[in-house]
Design a protein around this ligand. Sequence first.
Ligand SMILES: NC(=O)c1ccc[n+]([C@@H]2O[C@H](COP(=O)([O-])OP(=O)(O)OC[C@H]3O[C@@H](n4cnc5c(N)ncnc54)[C@H](OP(=O)(O)O)[C@@H]3O)[C@@H](O)[C@H]2O)c1
Length: 329
Amino acid sequence: MSWQAAENRYEGVPYVRAGRSGLQLPAVALGLWHNFGLEADFERQREIVRTAFDHGITHFDLANNYGPPPGSAETNFGRLLDLDLRPYRDEIIVATKAGYTMWPGPYGDWGSRKYLVASLDQSLKRMGLDYVDVFYHHRPDPNTPLEETMAALDYIVRSGRALYAGISNYNGAQTRAAAAELRRLGTPCIVNQSKYSMLVRQPEADLLPALEEEGIGGVAFSPLAQGLLTDRYLGGVPADSRVAAGVGFLRPEHITEERVQLARALDMVAREGGRSLAQLAVQWVRRQPAITSVLIGASKPAQVLEAVRALEMPPLDGEELAAIETILG
Ligand SMILES: NC(=O)c1ccc[n+]([C@@H]2O[C@H](COP(=O)([O-])OP(=O)(O)OC[C@H]3O[C@@H](n4cnc5c(N)ncnc54)[C@H](OP(=O)(O)O)[C@@H]3O)[C@@H](O)[C@H]2O)c1
């Protein structure tokens, strides 16, 4: 008997329109950057994805290089589709990307049409899909004409490999230029995926206003600063944490006394409001009108549930926001 998703799955998270597009995305999305590679426990992956979908998280974010090794998160997601999710394909948004190093030589990196089309074809094969819902250019390429990269996105959509085009790690000016080019081609840019959290606020000055003006939905990645904005590191480095795993960019040297003190102060504000620090961090990102989806990662189903619960809580009030601002300095 195949897996049945919870019947009440659409009672959980709210859906937000991505910019001025027709696409509504769940206010919290699940990313498969970490914990979905070859070495990660597959049954755990399955539980995390099932929990997300059971609670209305319809948006799963991948990239060609997620793993390790690169490609293995897409392969595993393909298996999860086979096991559980394929009957629900029309209820799911699958996003993937290309833009970072994927294979050797001049055609396996950056932003040429050659790389983007070949990479997406590989991604589709790994996931066993005919199309993805969103295809992102993963990072700006200073050496390829923007016109070529955007024409590749336009082609990818017109050829049916993706339904929508997006860009990632493009700043405000780069986003405006890309959006103008895509508009000229007739394939709008509907999402921009960028890092945004209480610890990374650069998008506020430049990117978020551009997103609102251009009618592009903001997808905020690493909203929990990879775990720094949760209770994970308040009392040391747990053995099952991302830092202890030693496979990513979050390293023991990033868990400084100063950051832990800051997290402790934010944790106090969270607790006074009846929240966890992770829930405070989700709500703080979500308060921005330019943000469509808060894109979390998770190593266990309970972490997904905690983010979903955050969406059921009242938004942060003026006093809480002021207290946070004082702490962030
Ligand atoms: N476009 C890009 O360039 C780009 C770059 C980076 C990420 N992304 C996307 O964004 C997604 C999210 O990034 P991220 O994983 O860095 O996000 P994050 O949500 O900031 O960090 C996720 C980590 O925080 C911890 N965590 C999550 N919920 C928690 C909770 N309730 N309590 C305690 N700890 C909790 C877990 O760490 P433990 O594993 O230690 O439990 C989890 O793995 C990625 O999967 C990817 O899809 C995109």
